[in-house]
Design a binder for this molecule. Structure first.
Ligand SMILES: [Zn+2]
Length: 142
């Protein structure tokens, strides 16, 4: 079965912050969520409303507003695979699974999320292992 063709949706990592980012709750270790204005944990009731947005925190396995470790993190070939939420995981999965990857029509393809993925994640020889890590992470969402 051929893997589907993937067209770069021209998303930037910042675009994915338009829905809550899943993080480890700093109080109970449960699954909390972060937006640009607050951190909330349904497990223990923690609410924080003192975000410190940090431009340099994008593209790291922490959230860019409260700097808590992301919920969706997995070791993969000595690297850290991470995602903000399920939509991000879906995007990574579709990209890694695709055999044919097309750039979109944007002016600046070097800056999109998928164009910036590290080479270990996009290497064909790592495909199966990366997809397994994504499957494992998806299981933590149910
Ligand atoms: Zn909590």
């Amino acid at each position: 079965m051929d893997a589907p063709r993937f067209r770069d949706p021209q998303l930037r990592i910042e675009d994915l912050a338009d829905e809550p980012i899943l993080v480890l709750c700093p109080r109970c270790g449960g699954r909390a969520s972060v937006t640009a204005s607050r951190l909330t944990c349904p497990a223990c009731g923690l609410v924080r409303e003192d975000p410190r947005p940090d431009f340099h925190a994008w593209n790291r396995p922490i959230d860019p507003f409260f700097h808590e470790p992301l919920w969706l993190r997995a070791d993969c070939r000595g690297n850290t695979l991470w995602a903000f939420h399920e939509r991000h995981l879906d995007l990574l999965e579709r990209f890694v699974a695709a055999k044919l990857r097309e750039r979109g029509p944007g002016d600046d393809p070097g800056m999109t999320l998928v164009a910036r993925l590290p080479s270990w994640m996009t290497a064909a020889k790592n495909r199966d292992e990366v997809l397994r890590a994504i499957t494992k992470l998806r299981a933590t969402l149910s």
